[in-house]
Design a protein around this ligand. Structure first.
Ligand SMILES: NC(=O)c1ccc[n+]([C@@H]2O[C@H](COP(=O)([O-])OP(=O)(O)OC[C@H]3O[C@@H](n4cnc5c(N)ncnc54)[C@H](O)[C@@H]3O)[C@@H](O)[C@H]2O)c1
Length: 327
């Protein structure tokens, strides 16, 4: 065990970020209790694949304890009594699908589940609870880069639920001294990226020789964060973050979508076609993280360039969809 090893509860452990975080903590010598309800937002099979190594590989399986269930209906205290840190990643993700009747899934999984977890954390010895928030809380920011003091003005119902989640965390910190802090992730990418996210969709379609869609004119910018950097930042937040605080986790890779398309041509070596459609309700024009606070307080320094990260994601796509490609 090294100094970074600890026992953690990770909610949403079968998801994109949760599965990588689980692996990293175990690689550092720690143990993980993982909770996931396999919501139907994207196929269960993908989530099972995300945790297959954790459940079958000798290095991981003795340190990964998986519990299937919906957080808001679970008695979590017995697990909380066994762990040092809690990483609360379980959520209904996705901005575009958060309108209309779908919103119920967002309030249930992002607000009710969070409030239940915070209640359960009372009278436990946890050292810290990390809440996965999002750059979506900023909306169309008036000034760039966005720092943590920028006024919050989400433009999607999803962003509203993340804002409420942060507020609940702060409330329980102030009222019950729960040592909770929030991380605002900026567009995380890399191997196992969720299938509803742009790079995953672009690359899968390129591989299968199908056209794909870009919403808007491609001039929108995103601060892309490679998964390994997001995971390191998350662990650093647990070890060094200050309860009650909020940290931006951006990748230092701000780019126009059109630039990403150029890079994909080079990386995939393929010619491909795409069409533009109107930008979608809930999408913002730009994101750009000011990461000075994370840099100073949790020693967060992203290291993976957009191009290197895209290469790694492309390799993963090639491997993950090799059978579909051959049929
Ligand atoms: N991926 C990104 O770019 C990004 C950006 C900003 C914020 N985030 C946040 O980071 C977290 C992880 O995102 P991700 O991309 O890995 O998403 P993901 O959908 O891959 O993972 C979330 C997991 O949570 C599970 N889950 C949802 N509701 C649950 C509940 N009530 N009980 C138990 N399990 C539940 C889902 O089944 C899923 O496996 C989320 O909170 C998301 O909002 C992600």
């Amino acid at each position: 065990m090294n100094q970074d090893s600890f026992t953690a509860l990770i909610t949403g452990a079968a998801g994109f970020i949760g599965s990588h975080l689980s692996e990293k903590i175990i690689q550092l010598g720690g143990n993980v209790y993982g909770i996931d309800s396999f919501t139907d937002y994207y196929p269960r099979k993908i989530k099972e694949d995300n945790i297959s190594m954790l459940q079958s590989n000798e290095q991981f399986k003795h340190h990964f304890h998986f519990i299937e269930g919906s957080l808001q209906h679970m008695l979590i205290k017995p697990i909380l009594n066994k762990v040092d840190y809690v990483f609360h990643l379980a959520a209904q993700a996705g901005v575009r699908t958060s309108w209309d009747k779908n919103f119920y899934a967002y309030t249930t999984n992002n607000i009710n589940a969070t409030q239940h977890l915070l209640e359960e954390c009372q009278n436990t010895q946890i050292k810290k609870l990390i809440f996965a928030s999002s750059s979506s809380v900023y909306g169309n920011a008036k000034t760039l880069p966005m720092n943590e003091h920028h006024v919050l003005s989400p433009v999607s119902p999803y962003g509203v639920t993340k804002m409420v989640g942060e507020q609940l965390c702060f409330l329980y910190h102030k009222t019950f001294s729960i040592p909770v802090l929030s991380l605002r992730y900026f567009t995380v990418f890399g191997p196992r990226q969720r299938p509803d996210m742009a790079f995953h969709k672009f690359m899968k379609n390129i591989l299968l020789g199908r056209p794909f869609t870009i919403y808007g004119d491609g001039k929108q910018t995103r601060d892309f964060t490679f998964i390994d950097d997001a995971v390191t930042g998350t662990i650093n937040a647990a070890l060094h973050g200050i309860p009650g605080e909020i940290y931006n986790i951006g990748g230092g890779n701000r780019a126009e979508l059109n630039k990403v398309i150029e890079q994909l041509k080079e990386i995939t070596g393929s010619s491909f076609t795409f069409e533009h459609q109107e930008s979608q309700k809930g999408d913002v024009q730009d994101t750009y993280a000011d990461i000075n606070k994370a840099n100073n307080e949790i020693h967060y320094r992203p290291t993976i360039s957009l191009k290197e990260g895209l290469k790694q994601q492309w390799q993963w796509i090639l491997n993950y969809f090799k059978e579909e490609r051959n049929t």
